[in-house]
Design a binder for this molecule. Structure first.
Ligand code: G3P
Ligand code: CA
Length: 258
């Protein structure tokens, strides 16, 4: 298995290419792959029967035609729901994918995966355990994998169950005790909410040997500005736009040195 953070690219498709396709669906993963994006981030939660599925919210209503709590819904019932129509009629009949289905698509395109452990309250360890069981069986070992979470218990159980897989610590603001938290959790990366980016603090964190990633950045000039200030990677709903902005900088640099 590669050291995942060392093979990270600057652009990560957030919930797949979720600006143009319904988030956390196979359609958003296919789109990221077809756009040539090298890394995707998706969220994993458990159904009532303990199956890891790709979904962001506790409740079903924002991104499906269902209602109620995902952790009170069986996989069979979940699979009856439409998870794409809310984004556009062309996405009708997209389903909430299982983690196994998502892995198949990501692996098809040879992308790296940042799987965010997104447990419902009380299912912190269970979500990690079930997801890791699936990943150990289905994730191709030649592709890079990062597990991340806002949740302390999900991260500690990931550390204990599969220590060799690198972990990212998701936060909003950068905690004062960032160093001891990262050390205790054995995380290699800090994933911060973009408005809390602080160039001086980020330089310190990177000097200590950690990668710093920021979510969610859909503005090209902001992404370039933050890369210039030391940010390693962005999670974006429009990863192709950000990638184009990065690529279009290269000729400008070449011109400057001729
Ligand atoms: O993993 C980075 C980012 O996705 C965390 O926030 O709410 O989009 O899952 P959220
Ligand atoms: Ca996420």
């Amino acid at each position: 298995m590669l050291s995942a953070y060392s093979s990270l690219t600057q652009v990560i498709a957030h919930r797949g290419s979720s600006g143009q396709a319904p988030e956390n669906t196979l359609a958003s993963l296919h789109l990221a792959g077809q756009q040539g994006i090298k890394w995707v981030e998706i969220d994993v939660m458990l159904t009532s029967d303990g199956i890891p599925v790709i979904f962001h919210d506790d409740y079903l209503h924002r991104t499906t035609n269902g209602e109620g709590l995902i952790h009170k819904t069986t996989l069979e019932d979940l699979q009856q729901l439409d998870a794409g129509a809310w984004k556009g009629t062309e996405f009708q009949h997209q389903k909430v994918p299982t983690l196994i289905e998502a892995i198949e698509v990501i692996a098809h395109y040879g992308m790296g995966l940042n799987l965010e452990l997104k447990p419902c309250e009380g299912l912190e360890e269970e979500t990690t355990e079930a997801s890791i069981a699936v990943l150990k069986k289905h994730w191709p070992t030649h592709l890079p994998l990062i597990l991340s979470s806002f949740n302390y218990f999900s991260l500690t159980s990931a550390r204990d169950l599969w220590p060799e897989i690198q972990r990212g610590y998701n936060v909003s603001a950068i905690p004062k005790a960032w160093q001891s938290r990262l050390e205790n959790l054995g995380c290699s990366g800090l994933h911060i909410h973009q408005p809390f980016f602080d160039a001086q603090l980020v330089a310190e964190i990177k000097k200590a040997g950690y990668k710093v990633l920021a979510f969610t950045i859909n503005n090209e000039s902001l992404a370039i500005e933050l890369f210039d200030q030391g940010l390693d990677a962005v999670f974006s709903d429009f990863p192709l736009q950000i990638q184009h902005a990065i690529d279009s900088q290269i000729p400008a640099l070449e011109v400057a040195f001729t």
